[in-house]
Design a protein around this ligand. Structure first.
Ligand code: NAD
Ligand code: MG
Length: 385
Protein backbone atom coordinates (compact mmCIF):
# COMPACT_ATOMS: atom_id res chain seq x y z
CA UNK A 1 0.00 0.00 0.00
CA UNK A 2 1.48 3.39 -1.01
CA UNK A 3 0.46 6.54 0.84
CA UNK A 4 -0.15 9.51 -1.43
CA UNK A 5 -0.13 13.20 -0.54
CA UNK A 6 -1.85 15.30 -3.23
CA UNK A 7 -0.92 18.97 -3.53
CA UNK A 8 -3.70 20.62 -5.55
CA UNK A 9 -6.27 17.84 -5.14
CA UNK A 10 -9.23 19.93 -6.35
CA UNK A 11 -7.71 20.70 -9.77
CA UNK A 12 -7.81 18.77 -13.01
CA UNK A 13 -4.72 16.64 -12.24
CA UNK A 14 -5.67 16.36 -8.55
CA UNK A 15 -9.18 15.03 -9.30
CA UNK A 16 -7.84 12.60 -11.91
CA UNK A 17 -5.25 11.37 -9.39
CA UNK A 18 -8.13 10.61 -7.04
CA UNK A 19 -9.95 8.80 -9.91
CA UNK A 20 -6.89 6.58 -10.32
CA UNK A 21 -6.74 5.93 -6.57
CA UNK A 22 -10.49 5.19 -6.47
CA UNK A 23 -9.91 2.47 -9.10
CA UNK A 24 -6.97 1.01 -7.15
CA UNK A 25 -8.10 1.16 -3.54
CA UNK A 26 -6.02 -1.83 -2.47
CA UNK A 27 -2.81 -0.22 -3.76
CA UNK A 28 -3.10 3.39 -2.65
CA UNK A 29 -4.17 5.33 0.41
CA UNK A 30 -4.64 9.11 0.49
CA UNK A 31 -2.79 10.63 3.46
CA UNK A 32 -2.97 14.38 2.64
CA UNK A 33 -5.03 16.66 0.41
CA UNK A 34 -4.54 20.36 -0.33
CA UNK A 35 -6.52 23.04 -2.15
CA UNK A 36 -6.40 26.78 -2.57
CA UNK A 37 -10.02 27.75 -1.93
CA UNK A 38 -12.41 25.25 -3.49
CA UNK A 39 -13.64 23.82 -0.18
CA UNK A 40 -16.84 22.28 -1.56
CA UNK A 41 -14.93 19.81 -3.71
CA UNK A 42 -12.32 19.37 -0.98
CA UNK A 43 -14.97 18.45 1.58
CA UNK A 44 -16.35 15.71 -0.67
CA UNK A 45 -12.83 14.40 -1.21
CA UNK A 46 -12.22 14.33 2.54
CA UNK A 47 -15.41 12.35 3.16
CA UNK A 48 -14.49 9.83 0.50
CA UNK A 49 -10.73 9.41 1.09
CA UNK A 50 -10.37 10.19 4.81
CA UNK A 51 -6.87 11.76 4.79
CA UNK A 52 -4.87 12.59 7.96
CA UNK A 53 -4.00 16.12 6.84
CA UNK A 54 -6.03 18.63 4.84
CA UNK A 55 -4.72 22.03 3.83
CA UNK A 56 -6.67 25.04 2.60
CA UNK A 57 -4.15 27.64 1.41
CA UNK A 58 -6.59 30.56 1.58
CA UNK A 59 -7.04 31.71 5.21
CA UNK A 60 -10.74 32.76 5.04
CA UNK A 61 -11.70 29.52 3.33
CA UNK A 62 -9.60 27.59 5.84
CA UNK A 63 -11.61 29.01 8.75
CA UNK A 64 -14.88 28.07 7.05
CA UNK A 65 -13.58 24.61 6.20
CA UNK A 66 -12.25 23.95 9.70
CA UNK A 67 -15.68 24.50 11.23
CA UNK A 68 -17.29 22.24 8.57
CA UNK A 69 -14.78 19.51 9.36
CA UNK A 70 -15.45 19.78 13.12
CA UNK A 71 -18.84 18.15 12.48
CA UNK A 72 -17.12 15.23 10.77
CA UNK A 73 -16.09 13.24 13.80
CA UNK A 74 -12.80 11.76 12.66
CA UNK A 75 -9.35 12.94 13.67
CA UNK A 76 -8.12 15.14 10.89
CA UNK A 77 -5.55 17.91 10.97
CA UNK A 78 -6.68 21.03 9.11
CA UNK A 79 -3.92 23.48 8.21
CA UNK A 80 -3.56 26.60 6.08
CA UNK A 81 -1.10 28.74 4.12
CA UNK A 82 2.45 28.02 3.08
CA UNK A 83 3.31 26.15 6.30
CA UNK A 84 0.31 23.91 5.84
CA UNK A 85 1.32 23.11 2.24
CA UNK A 86 4.84 22.31 3.40
CA UNK A 87 3.43 19.92 6.03
CA UNK A 88 1.46 18.04 3.38
CA UNK A 89 4.54 18.01 1.10
CA UNK A 90 6.85 16.59 3.76
CA UNK A 91 4.39 14.36 5.65
CA UNK A 92 6.38 11.45 7.09
CA UNK A 93 3.78 8.90 6.01
CA UNK A 94 3.70 10.00 2.34
CA UNK A 95 5.45 7.59 -0.04
CA UNK A 96 4.63 9.75 -3.07
CA UNK A 97 3.84 13.46 -3.22
CA UNK A 98 1.71 14.39 -6.23
CA UNK A 99 2.71 17.96 -7.10
CA UNK A 100 -0.36 19.29 -8.94
CA UNK A 101 -0.71 22.91 -7.88
CA UNK A 102 -0.79 25.31 -10.85
CA UNK A 103 1.86 27.97 -11.37
CA UNK A 104 4.80 29.04 -9.24
CA UNK A 105 2.55 28.58 -6.16
CA UNK A 106 3.62 24.93 -6.47
CA UNK A 107 7.34 25.66 -6.20
CA UNK A 108 7.85 25.96 -2.43
CA UNK A 109 5.93 22.84 -1.40
CA UNK A 110 7.58 20.84 -4.19
CA UNK A 111 10.97 22.12 -3.04
CA UNK A 112 10.14 21.01 0.52
CA UNK A 113 9.17 17.52 -0.69
CA UNK A 114 12.42 17.18 -2.66
CA UNK A 115 14.44 18.52 0.27
CA UNK A 116 12.86 15.82 2.42
CA UNK A 117 13.99 13.17 -0.10
CA UNK A 118 10.45 12.27 -1.16
CA UNK A 119 9.38 10.60 -4.38
CA UNK A 120 7.61 13.39 -6.23
CA UNK A 121 5.14 12.79 -9.05
CA UNK A 122 5.58 16.11 -10.81
CA UNK A 123 2.74 17.70 -12.77
CA UNK A 124 3.60 21.28 -11.78
CA UNK A 125 5.90 22.17 -14.67
CA UNK A 126 6.41 25.73 -13.39
CA UNK A 127 8.61 24.25 -10.62
CA UNK A 128 11.23 23.18 -13.15
CA UNK A 129 10.73 26.21 -15.40
CA UNK A 130 11.58 28.57 -12.54
CA UNK A 131 13.96 26.46 -10.43
CA UNK A 132 15.01 23.49 -12.56
CA UNK A 133 18.69 23.71 -11.63
CA UNK A 134 18.01 24.11 -7.89
CA UNK A 135 15.42 21.32 -7.76
CA UNK A 136 17.35 18.76 -9.81
CA UNK A 137 20.59 19.39 -7.88
CA UNK A 138 18.73 19.07 -4.60
CA UNK A 139 17.03 15.87 -5.78
CA UNK A 140 20.48 14.35 -6.44
CA UNK A 141 21.80 15.44 -3.05
CA UNK A 142 18.76 14.28 -1.09
CA UNK A 143 18.07 11.11 -3.05
CA UNK A 144 14.64 12.37 -4.00
CA UNK A 145 13.11 10.84 -7.11
CA UNK A 146 11.11 12.93 -9.56
CA UNK A 147 8.67 11.05 -11.79
CA UNK A 148 7.16 13.19 -14.54
CA UNK A 149 3.37 13.38 -14.88
CA UNK A 150 3.16 15.79 -17.82
CA UNK A 151 2.16 13.43 -20.66
CA UNK A 152 5.10 14.34 -22.91
CA UNK A 153 7.66 13.92 -20.16
CA UNK A 154 6.08 10.71 -18.94
CA UNK A 155 6.38 9.45 -22.53
CA UNK A 156 10.07 10.41 -22.68
CA UNK A 157 10.69 8.90 -19.25
CA UNK A 158 9.13 5.63 -20.44
CA UNK A 159 11.11 5.63 -23.73
CA UNK A 160 14.46 6.44 -22.14
CA UNK A 161 14.16 3.81 -19.43
CA UNK A 162 17.77 2.93 -18.53
CA UNK A 163 19.34 4.26 -21.75
CA UNK A 164 19.87 7.90 -20.79
CA UNK A 165 23.52 7.96 -21.94
CA UNK A 166 22.54 7.01 -25.51
CA UNK A 167 19.94 9.75 -26.06
CA UNK A 168 20.70 12.15 -28.92
CA UNK A 169 17.42 14.05 -29.17
CA UNK A 170 14.06 14.49 -27.52
CA UNK A 171 11.02 15.17 -29.70
CA UNK A 172 8.12 16.72 -27.81
CA UNK A 173 4.77 16.48 -29.53
CA UNK A 174 2.12 19.18 -29.31
CA UNK A 175 -1.50 19.05 -30.40
CA UNK A 176 -1.22 22.59 -31.79
CA UNK A 177 -4.19 23.70 -29.67
CA UNK A 178 -7.52 25.10 -30.88
CA UNK A 179 -5.94 27.76 -33.14
CA UNK A 180 -3.58 25.58 -35.15
CA UNK A 181 -5.14 26.63 -38.45
CA UNK A 182 -5.86 30.29 -37.65
CA UNK A 183 -4.01 33.06 -39.50
CA UNK A 184 -2.02 35.69 -37.58
CA UNK A 185 -4.83 38.16 -38.34
CA UNK A 186 -7.54 35.80 -37.05
CA UNK A 187 -5.58 35.17 -33.85
CA UNK A 188 -5.99 38.84 -32.90
CA UNK A 189 -9.75 38.35 -32.53
CA UNK A 190 -10.10 34.95 -30.88
CA UNK A 191 -12.14 34.94 -27.69
CA UNK A 192 -11.60 33.45 -24.26
CA UNK A 193 -14.22 30.76 -24.84
CA UNK A 194 -12.54 29.82 -28.18
CA UNK A 195 -9.21 29.56 -26.37
CA UNK A 196 -10.67 27.32 -23.67
CA UNK A 197 -11.84 24.74 -26.26
CA UNK A 198 -8.87 22.43 -26.42
CA UNK A 199 -9.32 19.86 -29.19
CA UNK A 200 -7.88 16.81 -27.38
CA UNK A 201 -7.37 17.44 -23.66
CA UNK A 202 -9.59 18.62 -20.82
CA UNK A 203 -7.34 20.53 -18.41
CA UNK A 204 -7.20 23.44 -15.96
CA UNK A 205 -7.66 26.91 -17.47
CA UNK A 206 -4.08 28.11 -17.21
CA UNK A 207 -2.53 25.14 -19.03
CA UNK A 208 -5.36 25.26 -21.60
CA UNK A 209 -4.50 28.87 -22.50
CA UNK A 210 -0.79 28.01 -22.50
CA UNK A 211 -1.61 25.23 -24.98
CA UNK A 212 -3.44 27.68 -27.23
CA UNK A 213 -0.46 30.10 -27.33
CA UNK A 214 2.07 27.20 -27.52
CA UNK A 215 3.72 28.67 -24.42
CA UNK A 216 2.89 25.30 -22.88
CA UNK A 217 5.26 23.61 -25.31
CA UNK A 218 7.88 26.26 -24.50
CA UNK A 219 7.50 25.58 -20.76
CA UNK A 220 7.74 21.86 -21.53
CA UNK A 221 11.00 22.35 -23.45
CA UNK A 222 12.45 23.96 -20.31
CA UNK A 223 10.92 21.20 -18.15
CA UNK A 224 12.54 18.55 -20.39
CA UNK A 225 15.90 20.31 -20.24
CA UNK A 226 16.00 19.80 -16.48
CA UNK A 227 14.23 16.46 -16.15
CA UNK A 228 16.46 14.72 -18.70
CA UNK A 229 19.60 16.90 -18.45
CA UNK A 230 19.62 17.61 -22.17
CA UNK A 231 20.67 20.79 -24.04
CA UNK A 232 18.00 23.02 -25.59
CA UNK A 233 19.31 22.41 -29.12
CA UNK A 234 18.62 18.69 -28.70
CA UNK A 235 14.97 19.22 -27.81
CA UNK A 236 12.57 19.61 -30.74
CA UNK A 237 8.86 20.28 -30.73
CA UNK A 238 6.53 18.97 -33.44
CA UNK A 239 2.85 19.57 -33.92
CA UNK A 240 1.05 16.23 -33.91
CA UNK A 241 -2.66 17.09 -34.02
CA UNK A 242 -3.90 13.56 -33.23
CA UNK A 243 -2.22 13.57 -29.77
CA UNK A 244 -1.59 9.82 -30.03
CA UNK A 245 2.20 9.89 -29.85
CA UNK A 246 2.91 11.63 -26.56
CA UNK A 247 6.61 12.21 -27.32
CA UNK A 248 9.66 10.47 -28.76
CA UNK A 249 13.31 9.87 -28.04
CA UNK A 250 16.01 9.53 -30.70
CA UNK A 251 19.10 7.53 -29.73
CA UNK A 252 22.65 7.90 -31.06
CA UNK A 253 22.22 4.95 -33.44
CA UNK A 254 19.22 6.63 -35.10
CA UNK A 255 16.56 4.46 -33.44
CA UNK A 256 13.52 6.43 -32.32
CA UNK A 257 11.22 5.22 -29.55
CA UNK A 258 7.75 6.69 -29.09
CA UNK A 259 5.07 6.24 -26.45
CA UNK A 260 1.50 6.07 -27.74
CA UNK A 261 -1.89 6.03 -26.11
CA UNK A 262 -5.23 7.78 -26.07
CA UNK A 263 -5.01 11.36 -24.78
CA UNK A 264 -5.97 10.62 -21.18
CA UNK A 265 -3.96 12.12 -18.31
CA UNK A 266 -4.97 9.22 -16.08
CA UNK A 267 -2.42 7.05 -17.90
CA UNK A 268 0.69 9.12 -17.01
CA UNK A 269 -0.78 9.88 -13.57
CA UNK A 270 -1.29 6.19 -12.83
CA UNK A 271 2.19 5.32 -14.14
CA UNK A 272 3.76 7.91 -11.83
CA UNK A 273 2.06 6.19 -8.88
CA UNK A 274 2.71 2.55 -9.88
CA UNK A 275 6.24 3.05 -11.26
CA UNK A 276 8.27 0.90 -11.89
CA UNK A 277 5.29 -1.42 -12.16
CA UNK A 278 2.08 -1.06 -14.13
CA UNK A 279 -1.47 -1.88 -13.25
CA UNK A 280 -4.65 -2.46 -15.23
CA UNK A 281 -6.66 0.66 -16.11
CA UNK A 282 -10.38 0.35 -16.72
CA UNK A 283 -10.63 2.30 -19.99
CA UNK A 284 -8.27 4.27 -22.23
CA UNK A 285 -7.22 1.75 -24.88
CA UNK A 286 -6.01 2.86 -28.29
CA UNK A 287 -8.09 1.51 -31.21
CA UNK A 288 -5.78 1.49 -34.24
CA UNK A 289 -8.68 0.89 -36.62
CA UNK A 290 -9.83 4.42 -35.79
CA UNK A 291 -6.43 6.09 -36.34
CA UNK A 292 -5.30 5.45 -39.88
CA UNK A 293 -2.79 8.30 -39.99
CA UNK A 294 -0.48 10.13 -37.64
CA UNK A 295 0.75 13.50 -38.89
CA UNK A 296 3.51 15.93 -37.93
CA UNK A 297 4.26 19.53 -38.79
CA UNK A 298 6.86 22.04 -37.70
CA UNK A 299 5.45 24.60 -35.26
CA UNK A 300 4.95 28.02 -36.83
CA UNK A 301 6.74 30.37 -34.45
CA UNK A 302 5.63 33.30 -36.60
CA UNK A 303 2.00 32.78 -35.56
CA UNK A 304 2.90 31.21 -32.22
CA UNK A 305 5.96 33.17 -31.06
CA UNK A 306 5.69 32.11 -27.40
CA UNK A 307 7.47 28.85 -28.22
CA UNK A 308 10.49 30.73 -29.56
CA UNK A 309 10.41 33.07 -26.57
CA UNK A 310 10.79 30.06 -24.26
CA UNK A 311 13.69 28.60 -26.27
CA UNK A 312 15.41 32.00 -26.20
CA UNK A 313 14.86 32.28 -22.43
CA UNK A 314 16.34 28.82 -21.90
CA UNK A 315 19.44 29.74 -23.92
CA UNK A 316 19.69 33.07 -22.12
CA UNK A 317 19.77 31.63 -18.60
CA UNK A 318 17.82 30.67 -15.50
CA UNK A 319 16.62 34.15 -14.58
CA UNK A 320 15.13 34.67 -18.06
CA UNK A 321 13.08 31.49 -17.62
CA UNK A 322 11.75 32.83 -14.31
CA UNK A 323 10.86 36.18 -15.91
CA UNK A 324 9.18 34.37 -18.82
CA UNK A 325 7.09 32.32 -16.42
CA UNK A 326 6.11 35.22 -14.14
CA UNK A 327 5.09 37.46 -17.05
CA UNK A 328 3.18 34.61 -18.64
CA UNK A 329 1.26 33.85 -15.42
CA UNK A 330 0.21 37.50 -15.19
CA UNK A 331 -0.68 37.74 -18.89
CA UNK A 332 -2.73 34.51 -18.85
CA UNK A 333 -4.55 35.64 -15.73
CA UNK A 334 -5.40 39.00 -17.40
CA UNK A 335 -6.59 37.16 -20.50
CA UNK A 336 -8.75 34.84 -18.37
CA UNK A 337 -10.30 37.92 -16.75
CA UNK A 338 -11.11 39.34 -20.20
CA UNK A 339 -8.73 42.27 -19.68
CA UNK A 340 -6.32 41.67 -22.56
CA UNK A 341 -6.58 40.01 -25.96
CA UNK A 342 -5.05 36.69 -26.94
CA UNK A 343 -2.05 38.05 -28.87
CA UNK A 344 -1.31 40.51 -26.07
CA UNK A 345 -0.15 37.53 -23.98
CA UNK A 346 2.89 37.21 -26.22
CA UNK A 347 3.41 40.99 -26.43
CA UNK A 348 3.45 41.29 -22.66
CA UNK A 349 5.88 38.42 -22.05
CA UNK A 350 8.19 39.62 -24.84
CA UNK A 351 8.28 43.17 -23.42
CA UNK A 352 9.04 41.93 -19.89
CA UNK A 353 11.91 39.81 -21.24
CA UNK A 354 13.27 42.76 -23.24
CA UNK A 355 13.61 44.73 -20.01
CA UNK A 356 15.10 41.85 -18.03
CA UNK A 357 18.74 41.90 -16.92
CA UNK A 358 20.02 38.48 -16.03
CA UNK A 359 21.04 37.71 -12.46
CA UNK A 360 22.56 34.56 -10.98
CA UNK A 361 20.00 32.25 -9.45
CA UNK A 362 21.30 30.33 -6.45
CA UNK A 363 18.34 30.11 -4.11
CA UNK A 364 14.54 30.23 -3.95
CA UNK A 365 14.88 33.85 -2.73
CA UNK A 366 16.60 34.69 -6.03
CA UNK A 367 13.80 32.91 -7.92
CA UNK A 368 11.09 34.90 -6.14
CA UNK A 369 12.99 38.17 -6.58
CA UNK A 370 12.92 37.76 -10.38
CA UNK A 371 9.37 36.40 -10.28
CA UNK A 372 8.14 39.47 -8.37
CA UNK A 373 10.03 41.80 -10.65
CA UNK A 374 8.53 40.26 -13.80
CA UNK A 375 4.99 40.29 -12.36
CA UNK A 376 5.31 43.96 -11.42
CA UNK A 377 6.63 44.92 -14.85
CA UNK A 378 3.84 42.96 -16.56
CA UNK A 379 1.19 44.68 -14.42
CA UNK A 380 2.75 48.11 -15.12
CA UNK A 381 2.61 47.37 -18.84
CA UNK A 382 -1.06 46.50 -18.49
CA UNK A 383 -1.84 49.74 -16.61
CA UNK A 384 -0.02 51.87 -19.19
CA UNK A 385 -1.64 50.33 -22.25
P1 NAD B 1 -6.04 23.40 -12.02
O1 NAD B 1 -6.17 24.87 -12.15
O2 NAD B 1 -7.14 22.55 -12.53
O3 NAD B 1 -5.80 23.02 -10.47
C1 NAD B 1 -4.84 23.68 -9.71
C2 NAD B 1 -4.81 23.20 -8.28
O4 NAD B 1 -3.87 24.03 -7.59
C3 NAD B 1 -6.16 23.34 -7.54
O5 NAD B 1 -6.30 22.26 -6.64
C4 NAD B 1 -6.00 24.65 -6.76
O6 NAD B 1 -6.74 24.66 -5.57
C5 NAD B 1 -4.51 24.62 -6.44
N1 NAD B 1 -3.95 25.97 -6.30
C6 NAD B 1 -4.03 27.00 -7.19
N2 NAD B 1 -3.42 28.09 -6.71
C7 NAD B 1 -2.94 27.76 -5.48
C8 NAD B 1 -2.24 28.47 -4.48
N3 NAD B 1 -1.91 29.76 -4.64
N4 NAD B 1 -1.92 27.81 -3.35
C9 NAD B 1 -2.26 26.53 -3.17
N5 NAD B 1 -2.94 25.80 -4.07
C10 NAD B 1 -3.27 26.42 -5.21
O7 NAD B 1 -4.66 23.00 -12.71
P2 NAD B 1 -4.29 21.65 -13.47
O8 NAD B 1 -4.74 21.73 -14.88
O9 NAD B 1 -4.65 20.47 -12.64
O10 NAD B 1 -2.69 21.78 -13.55
C11 NAD B 1 -1.87 21.58 -12.44
C12 NAD B 1 -0.42 21.53 -12.93
O11 NAD B 1 -0.26 20.39 -13.77
C13 NAD B 1 -0.01 22.74 -13.80
O12 NAD B 1 1.31 23.06 -13.54
C14 NAD B 1 -0.16 22.23 -15.22
O13 NAD B 1 0.69 22.88 -16.12
C15 NAD B 1 0.22 20.78 -15.04
N6 NAD B 1 -0.36 19.89 -16.06
C16 NAD B 1 -1.72 19.78 -16.14
C17 NAD B 1 -2.29 18.94 -17.08
C18 NAD B 1 -3.78 18.74 -17.17
O14 NAD B 1 -4.24 17.90 -17.94
N7 NAD B 1 -4.60 19.45 -16.40
C19 NAD B 1 -1.47 18.23 -17.96
C20 NAD B 1 -0.09 18.36 -17.83
C21 NAD B 1 0.45 19.19 -16.88
MG1 MG C 1 2.01 18.35 -21.49
Amino acid sequence: MKNISILGSTGSIGCQTLDVIRNNRDEFNVCALTANSNIDILYKQVLEFDPDIVVVADYEKYKEFKSDVASYNKHIEVLHGEDGLNCAATYEKADIVMSAIVGIAGLKPTYSAVEKGKTVALANKETLVTAGRIITNMAKGKNAFIIPVDSEHSAIFQCIDRNREFVSKIILTASGGPFRKKTAEELKNVTLSDALQHPNWNMGKKVTIDSATLMNKGLEVIEARWLFDIAAQNIQAYIHPESIIHSMVEFIDGAVLAQLGVPDMKIPIQYSLTYPERTVASDSKLDFSKHNSLSFEKPDTGRFPCLKLAYDALLDGDSSCIALNGANEVAVSLFLQGKIGFTEIYDMVAKVLEGHSRININSLDDVFQVDNWSRNVALELYKKR
